[in-house]
Ligand binder design. Sequence first.
Ligand code: SAH
Length: 251
Amino acid sequence: MISFVGAGPGDVDLITIKGRRRLEKADVVIYAGSLVSEKHLDFCKKGCCLYNSASMTLEEVIEKMEEASKKGLHVVRLHTGDPTIYGAIREQMDLLEEKGLDYEIIPGVSSFTAACSSIKREFTLPEVSQTVILTRIEGRTGVPQKEDLEKLASHKASMALFLSIKEIDRVVEKLKKGYGREDVPVAVVYKATWEDEKIIKGTLLDIKDKVEKEGITKMAQILVGDFINGDYERSKLYDPEFSHEYRRGSK
Ligand code: SAH
């Protein structure tokens, strides 16, 4: 069996119980070395074969998976955060399907929710935003024109930007145009949940300088929106005046 497992954002205890069990049982682990904490590998059994996919091509990864699974071995493909977000797992799954090899996906805690927890905020606040946009600015990988950052920002929803910190100056320019203001709150979370996590808070006006001063150029979430600072309405769910299926209120 081949298991794609979400390792979570960094802290080894943020993997799911199911994911940890797969790791403990694995005969072969192929992990995304640049982003996954090596501490996860301490949970593997003795004799487990470990491969760092950072230095491998897609074909080499698939070859290792095929070889092992044909011998009836347990394979774990360990991805950072949740594998279904910027995990490049679709191309792996398609090749496995072509070869008739069975696989499963075990979700993980994505870095966007981990980063929001680190800053102790909630993305979805009544009357502020009930939508979270997960996106990135184009880099070596393009982004469809219809999803240009400026267009997405014009919705003024809460946003979490992956893979974009290196381009913080272009990000800020597009967000300013999209949101139509410069005082929109921004939090940059570097290595959320790792021991060397850093949080930088500011607005579209000053975040670029702050990020550059800290020298952050990778592994960061850029969280944007009024959910970070400002007013909101209380939720109806816990409002004493409102009744719902599980609780009778005063009205
Ligand atoms: N599947 C992963 C994302 C992989 S893409 C997930 O669900 O989180 C890699 C990008 O994710 C990085 O460029 C960075 O923007 C973000 N990222 C991954 N781990 C992070 C962490 N611990 N803290 C902040 N951002 C992180």
